[in-house]
Design a protein around this ligand. Structure first.
Ligand SMILES: NC(=O)c1ccc[n+]([C@@H]2O[C@H](COP(=O)([O-])OP(=O)(O)OC[C@H]3O[C@@H](n4cnc5c(N)ncnc54)[C@H](OP(=O)(O)O)[C@@H]3O)[C@@H](O)[C@H]2O)c1
Length: 314
């Protein structure tokens, strides 16, 4: 079964942009409706990606945007609630809107990105419970005519991610030591290139209908090990100190009330669930360790080059 025209909801985000490029390179026509098209000018070089300004939270606009497509791929998600966006609105109610828009346009193929650990009944945070409920809702619709596939990634890394880059930014400023909340939280980080390749492979794969795919990389690492790897790749000598649980919670309560909400109590609760796959799930191939070693060599080559330029100028 070959599909052609894909509408990518949440395509302006980190995963969405990589997926748009992967799909375009595979010859699919991709439409990317988003709030701020000017931020995606770099994608316009690919002739089979169309970027349109649309408020996908408006049912009429979403339904109109879906016209002429045969696949809906949903990546819309938030990590923290705000005054305008609740987990219920973005992770659950929006699924109903997608199904309505798909049915109005006779679209039967739907793919969706959930999260590892998402569980409607027993997720440790509101984020994980709402992601679980939205995913279940979509699969329930999938029992009736729609062909649904979902993906449950662990944390995804790449050059423009927000996970590794956030820690890199903090570590670059670090003087002496870095206090880390939830140091023993466990992850199997998955490389963005591997993740979007799996997602793209499933679009036309009839065996993937009604399936949920956990996505993990080849390593299981604690948060402290990940931050130490980033530290090493930056050639920094910052000491990573794991915070006791009570202080981590206190930090979350303070930071969730500051602009940017870099860490919240709900994030803290999500970190209590291991973001790792069962041993019978085949992992994606790229390891975070090898990726960061590559970056580390780049950093040292750049330092050598800067030193060389300094010497030339003496
Ligand atoms: N990155 C990871 O490590 C990871 C791990 C597990 C699961 N996931 C899931 O994968 C999906 C994509 O993640 P990501 O890292 O690409 O996230 P991201 O960079 O934050 O992108 C989120 C996308 O959702 C859109 N969105 C959010 N709220 C919206 C609203 N009110 N109206 C319209 N659009 C809205 C954003 O649009 P704007 O660009 O306009 O804000 C953006 O396109 C999410 O569902 C996430 O839960 C990600």
């Amino acid at each position: 079964m070959k599909h052609n025209n894909i509408i990518l909801l949440g395509g302006s985000g980190f995963v969405g942009q990589h997926l748009a490029i992967e799909l375009a390179q595979r010859g699919y026509k991709v439409t990317l409706p988003c709030r701020r098209p000017h931020r995606l000018n770099h994608l316009k070089v690919l002739s089979n990606i169309s970027i349109i300004q649309t408020n996908i939270m408006d049912q009429a606009e979403l339904t109109a945007a879906c016209k002429g497509h045969d696949v809906v791929f949903n990546l819309v998600g938030i990590l923290n609630e705000s005054k305008k966006s609740s987990f219920r609105k973005i992770h659950i109610d929006f699924i109903n809107s997608i199904v309505q828009a798909s049915q109005a346009n006779s679209i039967t193929r739907l793919l969706h990105v959930s999260a590892l650990g998402a569980n409607q009944a027993s997720g440790s945070s509101l984020y994980l419970r709402s992601k679980g409920e939205g995913e279940n809702l979509l699969h329930t619709f999938g029992q009736n005519k729609l062909r649904v596939t979902s993906f449950q990634p662990s944390v995804i890394f790449g050059s423009d991610d927000s996970f590794i880059n956030r820690f890199s930014t903090i570590l670059k400023l670090c003087v002496g030591f870095f206090p880390l909340a939830c140091p023993y939280s466990r992850f199997s980080p998955v490389y963005i290139g591997d993740a979007v390749a799996v997602m793209a492979d499933k679009i036309d794969d009839t065996n993937s209908f009604s399936k949920r795919y956990p996505l993990c990389g080849p390593e299981t690492l604690t948060l402290k090990q990940i931050v130490e790897l980033i530290n090493k790749s930056l050639h920094k000598n910052c000491k990573i100190i794991g915070l006791p649980d009570s202080i981590a919670k206190f930090q979350a309560v303070i930071l969730q009330n500051l602009p940017g909400k870099i860490f919240s109590m709900d994030n803290y609760r999500s970190l209590q669930t291991p973001s790792t796959c069962k041993s019978d799930i085949a992992p994606c191939k790229t390891s975070l360790t090898s990726y960061l070693e590559g970056l580390s060599q780049l950093y040292s080559r750049r330092a050598d080059y800067d030193e060389y330029r300094k010497q030339l100028n003496r």
